[in-house]
Design a binder for this molecule. Structure first.
Ligand SMILES: [Zn+2]
Length: 486
């Protein structure tokens, strides 16, 4: 009986509280949604040009993030006292490449549109090397293919890439039998290979061979695709082919200056540590297919929405006064070019990384509707799991964390921190509605159609802002969270 009575009392209290708070909660939700919408609308507008690092639109974005944070009361947080941590980015694109294969007959020369090379280095000349076919990961070890030109099927390359790179060949030549697939990847490769100016260059070239080239190459080697497969299975490792290769790659190099934007809201308790938010401000610039009417990739969801979530969260925290811990807010550059801004930040942070208690990355947030469950990318890898659950439950939010979500862990900026043992997670609803997430990935993701619309779904992302405000209060204050206590 007692249970029932208590239950009734709680219900009545909840109802009464509900009557009083629902209209104000609704108004708060709407205010947050409108603020988020404003950021997305601005950053995804044509004026920002798809926010490619090193362009006018990129600089405009850097300024927008810095000015907005300054307006909320944040201070410049880069090590040199400015808002901008400079990030030097190099782009290498092949000006010409050729591969000459000498088998039993006369040499065959491959160059032009059917051979696409990607390499982060000034160029490459392999005057005379062996040619090896790799059909499986068997028999590959560190350095075992040093100096060789490796042939691999398009179907196998993704799965073998890590093992192949460990084997340190001079080049990995991917053989395509499907023109569409080749074209799609070739378009991506033609954008060039990006890296940090501070980074070491690569010693393995990635090459794509169009179907026509593949057929001619097999002719030169006097084998069929099927025979190669059989020989690889028999050998239980790489097959050394009776041929020599000469590879030449001439490259154009371009250097662009970009920046991570860094703001800080200093905490009340000196020495109590740091909490962080980060979101990549960059996108792809012009990425649509040649000939399409609209080729500008505005990146409304990816990642104007993440920047919007970060900025509105930052505004609400500052409006309530500082946390115990320093709060760093970072708009990273060049995520789309390989997490380069986040890497540059982690390599040279304006404060010691071990002081970071919790870091929240925000990427591609505006997808799911209100009420969608939350997932945590990086779940199980940090001491934050328990606190995140506690905070989410206190807001009445559901969690639905799945193994498949973790596939994204190394594909987001938080990885630059997590791989250096900084507790960094991506918390949000984007993947909470499977149909909505799948729909976005197969339609607008990295296409010109990822643009601002009146009816852009902001429900889940709006709730994510309120969640992050609560997460920062929890992890940013000593009374609620001390690392090591969990
Ligand atoms: Zn992206």
């Amino acid at each position: 009986m007692a249970g029932l009575r208590t239950g009734f009392a709680l219900m009545a209290a909840a109802l009464l509280a509900g009557c009083a708070t629902v209209p104000s909660q609704r108004a708060e939700f709407e205010a947050v949604r409108v603020a988020l919408d404003g950021h997305i609308r601005t950053l995804a507008s044509p004026e920002y040009g798809g926010r490619m690092p090193g362009t006018e639109g990129g600089q405009l974005t850097e300024k927008y993030v810095a000015d907005t944070l300054a307006g909320y009361g944040y201070e410049a947080g880069a090590a040199d006292g400015s808002w901008f941590q400079k990030v030097g980015i190099e782009r290498f694109s092949p000006s010409s490449s050729s591969l000459v294969i000498t088998g039993k007959g006369k040499p065959a020369r491959f160059e032009g549109d059917g051979l696409i090379v990607r390499l982060r280095a000034d160029g490459m000349l392999v005057p005379d090397s062996g040619v090896v076919f790799v059909g499986s990961g068997e028999g590959l070890h560190e350095g075992s293919l040093a100096g060789q030109v490796v042939l691999v099927r398009a179907d196998d390359v993704q799965q073998l890439a890590d093992d192949l790179l460990d084997a340190e060949p001079a080049a990995i030549v991917t053989l395509f039998d499907d023109q569409d697939r080749f074209d799609r990847l070739a378009r991506n490769f033609r954008r060039g290979r990006y890296g940090l100016a501070s980074e070491e260059t690569e010693t393995t070239a990635f090459a794509l061979f169009a179907p026509g080239f593949t057929a001619r190459l097999l002719d030169t080697l006097h084998v069929t695709d099927q025979q190669l497969g059989e020989r690889a299975a028999e050998a239980e490792g790489p097959v050394v082919l009776d041929a020599r290769a000469k590879l030449t790659v001439d490259q154009d190099k371009e250097t662009v200056e970009s920046a991570n934007v860094i703001g800080v809201l200093h905490g009340r308790v000196k020495g109590s540590g740091t909490v962080m938010m980060l979101a990549h401000w960059d996108h792809l610039g012009t990425c649509g297919k040649e000939g399409d009417e609209d080729r500008l990739c505005n990146g409304a969801v990816d990642n104007a929405s993440g920047v919007g979530v970060m900025l509105e969260t930052a505004r609400r925290i500052a409006a309530e006064g500082p946390l115990d811990r320093d709060l760093y807010v970072i708009g990273t550059t060049a995520e789309e070019l390989g997490l380069l801004g986040a890497e540059a930040f982690a390599e040279d942070p304006p404060f010691p990384l071990p002081t970071v208690v919790a870091a929240f990355n925000m990427d591609t947030m505006a997808i799911s509707p209100r009420g969608a469950p939350i997932t945590v990318i990086g779940d199980g890898r940090t001491p934050l799991d328990h606190g995140i659950r506690e905070v989410a439950e206190s807001l009445g939010r559901k969690l639905d964390i799945r193994e498949e979500h973790q596939e994204f862990v190394a594909r987001q900026d938080g990885w630059a921190l997590l791989s250096r043992d900084v507790p960094a997670v991506l918390v949000g609803t984007a993947m909470g509605d499977e149909a909505a997430f799948g729909g976005f990935m197969s339609s607008h993701y990295h296409r010109a159609s990822d643009e601002w619309r009146e009816d852009l779904e902001l429900g889940g992302a709006t709730e994510d802002i309120l969640l992050h405000v609560a997460l920062l209060h929890f992890f940013g204050n000593e009374a609620s969270y001390r690392p090591g206590d969990d």
